[in-house]
Design a protein. Structure first.
Length: 125
């Protein structure tokens, strides 16, 4: 498998997280995840396109005006890859949230599963 496979899968992942409308999110999720793909992090544990799209929409509602960006290179082997990311305010470049994800890929190159970890989160009042 080429390095490009991992980078392509992660690029599609970010396309989904940064899509603007519900329709764009649904389209991007279908391109990035297999039909029964999963997403698990400390705040969510979902399966399928609708579940993943709902998590993304909730993140948009909680952090309007932010976008997800890669933090460092994608590292992959066999059918897994890992990468860091941060949630960046488009207005000032601040990044109150950062994390690290591990994905497994299906044969077609789409994501079968995501295991997400939060490394930096905003303080709670």
């Amino acid at each position: 498998m080429s390095e490009n496979r991992y980078e392509t899968a992660v690029a599609r992942y970010f396309d989904a997280w940064n899509a603007a409308t519900a329709e764009e999110i649904a389209t991007a999720v279908a391109a990035a995840w297999s039909e029964d793909g999963t997403y698990t992090d400390p705040l969510a544990d979902v399966r399928g396109h609708d579940g993943v799209a709902a998590v993304i929409a909730a993140a948009h509602a909680q952090f309007p005006g932010f976008e997800f960006r890669a933090l460092g290179p994608v590292d992959g082997n066999h059918h897994i890859a890992r990468f860091g990311w941060e949630l960046v305010a488009t207005i000032d470049g601040s990044a109150p949230v950062a994390g690290f994800d591990v994905i497994t890929l299906a044969e077609d190159g789409r994501i079968r599963s995501v295991a997400g970890f939060l490394d930096r989160v905003p303080p709670t009042a």
